[in-house]
Design a protein around this ligand. Structure first.
Ligand SMILES: Nc1ncnc2c1ncn2[C@@H]1O[C@H](COP(=O)(O)OP(=O)(O)OP(=O)(O)O)[C@@H](O)[C@H]1O
Length: 258
């Protein structure tokens, strides 16, 4: 569904060139969820912006459903770290914003918006204004807004990172539920190893300066996945430890020697 072939990118920064990505080749299969992890500045957001058609690579190609990404598409949706709801519009009208921009069928999408709000636990809050909601509820509404156009591809740039740990886990479980009901290919950026393991079919680990694909880790743990006590806790711990080793620098040889 999503293919990056030999993608490199160099930004012309104010202090000289920044080699953000180097020779990235990655294929995300239809209906797969791939999480992107890596140290700050390793090029995760740059990669996502390319898949969204917001940025062209300096070299290499990016295709979605076989077509080169030259500009944003209606069936590719983006969700950011901040909910960025319009403060003067109700929750329902915020969810319906893409419907107005993309001129979709308003009556059908109103029904869909109610279904989505129900799915994320916001039924009854349709007429509230964003400031009347908690951060977690605002991000749930933002998730509904990203889903209203029934995207084939959902690109998520640290969407739950500003939330407390429990709300974050709750939203991760809701995202898994939504994916059971709706076919969707997802790329999800996170700094949290736990979140990466909860959500991913595969985790793509990037290394920094320049951003390179270090390893792809398969997460073959049955769903729905939760943290805490469960039948797969050992396997979750094992994959988390592997990711931790890939992301953290090796301890100095002299440490612990004495
Ligand atoms: N518009 C730009 N102009 C110049 N340099 C840029 C620009 N955008 C990003 N960069 C640089 O490219 C590199 C990759 O940035 P990017 O935001 O993709 O990293 P990231 O992995 O998403 O980081 P973080 O985890 O901190 O969000 C960084 O060194 C950054 O400073």
């Amino acid at each position: 569904m999503i293919k990056l072939s030999h993608v490199s990118h160099v930004f012309a920064g104010s202090q000289g060139e920044v080699h953000a990505l180097d020779d990235i080749t990655l294929e995300v299969r239809r209906n797969e969820l791939v999480t992107l992890v890596g140290r700050s500045g390793c090029g995760k957001s740059t990669m996502l912006r390319m898949v969204a058609g917001l940025l062209r690579p300096s070299s290499g190609t990016v295709t979605v459903a076989g077509e080169p990404m030259g500009k944003p598409r209606q069936d590719v949706s983006f969700m950011f770290q901040r909910a960025a709801l319009l403060p003067w519009r109700t929750v329902l009208d915020n969810v319906l914003l893409p419907v107005e921009i993309l001129r979709l069928d308003r009556a059908a999408k109103r029904r869909r918006a109610h279904e989505l709000l129900e799915l994320v636990g916001l039924a009854g809050f349709e007429k509230r204004l964003p400031h009347e909601l908690s951060g977690g509820m605002q991000q749930r509404a933002s998730l509904c807004r990203s889903l209203i156009q029934d995207p084939l591809v959902l690109l998520m740039d640290e969407p739950f990172s500003a939330l407390d740990a429990l709300t974050r886990e709750e939203l991760s479980i809701e995202l898994q539920r939504i994916r059971r009901e709706q076919e969707m290919t997802v790329i999800f950026i996170t700094h949290s190893i736990e979140e990466a393991v909860l959500l991913a079919d595969r985790v793509a680990v990037l290394s920094p300066r320049p951003g390179r694909l270090r390893k792809i880790v398969d997460v073959d743990i049955p769903r729905p996945r939760t943290l805490g006590r469960n039948a797969y806790a050992d396997r979750v711990a094992e994959v988390s430890a592997e990711l931790h080793e890939l992301l953290m620098p090796a301890p100095m040889a002299s440490e612990g020697a004495a």
